[in-house]
Design a protein around this ligand. Sequence first.
Ligand SMILES: [Zn+2]
Length: 595
Amino acid sequence: MTIQDPNLGITNSTLDDEFLVDSLRYDSTLQEVYKLPIGAKSEPASIDLEERARLALNHLSRNLDAAREHLPYFWTHLTKNPPEARHEAYDFGDVTARYVDAMILSRQMTGSTIGEEQEVLLKRLMLSLFGNDGLSYRKSTPFSSPDAVMFDQSSVLIGLVTWLQEGSHPDIKDYLDRHVNQLWHIADKTKDLCRFPINTYTKTAGFSAGSGGMVDQDAPYFTAGRFVFPLARYLEIGGTGKAEALAVGITKWITQESKVFDIDFSFTDHMHSHTSTIIGVLKLGVVLNDDSLIAWGKSAFDWVQNSSGSSTFGWYIEDIWQNWKVGADCETCSVVDMLEMAVILSENGYPEYWDTVEKITRNHLVESQLTDIGWIEWTKKLADNSVSSFENVAIRVLGGFAGWSGPNDFVANNLVRRGNLMNCCSGAGPRGLYIAWEHAVSYVKETGVTVNLAINRSASFAEVRVSEPFEGKIEILMRVRADLWVRIPGWVQREKIVVRQNEQSVSFEQKGRFILIRDIGQGIKLDITYPISEIGSHETIGGRDYEVTWRGNTVVAINPEGKNHPLYQRAYMRSKKTPERYALFHQPNNEIRYW
Ligand SMILES: [Zn+2]
């Protein structure tokens, strides 16, 4: 389907993102999602993270239950007819707080008004779940008990820190400090460590009721490992209370006492709770300037990236104990953790990891977003009940992210999990979009403008237009007078880089992974070009063999092809001429720093 109306997005029918506009045929209310702001102009049809964030807002604001104070649905069963949105205990602190985080960040990226009303209601619900002791409690429902579950508390921390940065509510710091202080209070603090050996805490019996007082086998990574990352972010913006003591105490438990990570940093079990634990240690190392924690985090990251049976393009195996032959799957939550860790490493002494950031972003992060609902059947009708909704579910989850994707299938070839979305992932995916978008470019007065990622972006200090994967070309319009640093991808033959201004060659210096062009005036436009061509690689992913075709850091084909709503349908990306499309990139007044 080709849309020629310049106010309605894509004008080139060969694009992957055609799916976005094609979805209009299902529901006219989606026009709000696709309508481009006034002033949209023709741009290189490279990856557009902002359009994807607008689509994410469709999911985040519609996968909610108005009969339960806009509680999100954790499950979506896409391959049932009709598809079913189903509640589950994680809907409360975990998914609600992730959605708040995702909505704030998606709005920052886009300036969109989609779902503003629902964002207010979700924030209200999130605050209503806090008990007088400062913890976030689930409610008593047919699908949940009124407990404070530690895994939920970590997502609540993530949501509160982002909300504090956004600054729309005067009491968020109080909520955050009460929450942190109560976590400190209930931790087992013997021998100078902070332990949370049990996941479930109740108002009446504390930790003793959960697991019958037994230590949970998946502590600490499932109970408190995820606390450290948001605590470290809080410290970075001036966090008070017991935030540092709690983060340090849990980190000692993880790295010094627990045997969760083996001597070679290998581990088994659930990937996301491990990666979200590793990112906390890494981040705390950066915040406290502790090289040993950074080295620990880097080693654990490297094990996941290189030795866990995962891909090089952002697909990470979800369950390491699983028999890979039955069809391994990947949670977007882990994709985002790994993306964020690669950013932290890139910005703290390991710039070679920018290529990993770019590979994850250009490939499995965006492929994991549900942008096409044409394959979902909803010819039958069912009435909603107190646990499930069947009303327009496919349209409501459009823009969500895969709970269990295969390396080249939206729905993994796993008989148990096939067809399910876990919407923890739909809350995590937009954070991944934001992190890549935010870190793509930066400006510091002392050092100048830096372009870290070859991704379209318009910032107040520079505009970046990228022609990859079609052509090796980055156009940069300077909006300030400054030195310009541009990271050149690791696969580029560096002697073939050419920089031009008005067709005239411009001299530059090679500085490690970057090139430096000194003292560029405001309003000057530079073109940086380099050859790009296809190369093939062989990967064993989740125990299966795949032939992967790349143009630069972009996967353009995977063989054998997927079977269950296949991903990487990117034949159009093998063109050597860059198509154009209509877009307008948003410039927020103040960016939330998310790192
Ligand atoms: Zn998830």
